[in-house]
Ligand binder design. Structure first.
Ligand code: AMP
Ligand code: MG
Length: 269
């Protein structure tokens, strides 16, 4: 896998200012060449997903987190293009409802984890409960500060029960976010994506970076690793995610289930 270098080894103290959001060293030939590789990986992903579904023995959980405009929606659309929607379940986690807030923060999340043969994609996740919640002090510090260990425990449970977990932080620069937010204002077909509140969040950029560093430093584990994906260039972002995802599925060495006994002798009348 080319993208192993973006995996955070457990116990590493991550300093995001040392991770270049515009890095594309693994695709030295640039955009067009990378897009060709992505296309192939995408076709392979479609095959692997069919195998996963047919075999029904593995569960895949993919978590996506990023700053606003980081490209979570775009990446989901690109990575899963042409993949059978039956086996892929995407869940977006918004501001919790009153009913959700009445429960513990993992309650709404657990319900959407993958079943056998499924790929579940989380567009935002339980990590919001140590990101936006931490930055805005939505719960007292003694509550959110315990959540890193709780999350590790939760993910370990999922992993021990047979779920393969992959977590992607799409890393964009503050300048790239400025460009993308401005485009949401300037281009009418993107206006719907813009909310004034996004500017208030942008003003808290440094606090968010600190919160992401804590997440990456404390919750990258052997059973649920984080990948820091350079995401200023969309084509590189997609390539890295596709590489990690297909590489992980290949390693499961899946096989189609055994056919019915002596299937070759059966004739359909
Ligand atoms: P979007 O992804 O643009 O639709 O925005 C979803 C919003 O929901 C973001 O502003 C998130 O920060 C917010 N959100 C998601 N999960 C939580 C949470 N657990 N607590 C508070 N806000 C959240
Ligand atoms: Mg938004």
């Amino acid at each position: 896998m080319i993208a192993d270098r973006y995996r955070i080894e457990p116990g590493t103290a991550v300093n995001l200012s040392r991770w270049d959001p515009a890095d594309h060293t693994l695709a030295p030939e640039g955009k067009e060449a990378a897009r060709k590789i992505s296309k192939k990986l995408n076709r392979r992903l479609a095959e692997l997903q069919q195998l996963l579904y047919a075999q029904g023995r593995h569960k895949i959980l993919m978590v996506l987190q990023a700053m606003d405009t980081g490209g979570k929606d775009g990446a989901i659309g690109k990575v899963f293009r042409g993949v059978n929607p039956q086996g892929v379940k995407v869940t977006g986690f918004k501001k919790p409802t009153t009913r959700e807030l009445a429960h513990d923060y993992l309650w709404r999340v657990h319900a959407h984890t993958p079943g056998m043969g499924e790929i579940a994609v989380f567009n935002r996740s339980h990590y919001e409960d140590v990101l936006v919640v931490r930055v805005h002090n939505l719960v007292p510090a003694e509550l959110w500060s315990r959540r890193y260990d709780q999350i590790n425990g939760f993910e370990r449970t999922l992993a021990e029960e047979g779920t393969t977990i992959l977590k992607f932080y799409l890393h964009i620069s503050k300048e790239e976010q400025k460009r993308r937010l401005q485009a949401r204002i300037d281009e009418p077909d993107k206006n719907w994506k813009f909310a004034r509140g996004d500017l208030a969040e942008r003003a808290l950029w440094d606090d968010y970076m600190e919160a992401f560093e804590a997440v990456l430093s404390r919750t990258s584990t052997v059973h649920a690793p984080w990948y820091v994906v350079p995401a200023d260039a969309k084509w590189y972002r997609d390539l890295v995610i596709l590489d990690v995802l297909t590489g992980t599925l290949e390693r499961l060495q899946m096989r189609y289930p055994e056919p019915e006994d002596r299937i070759g002798e059966i004739i359909v009348e």
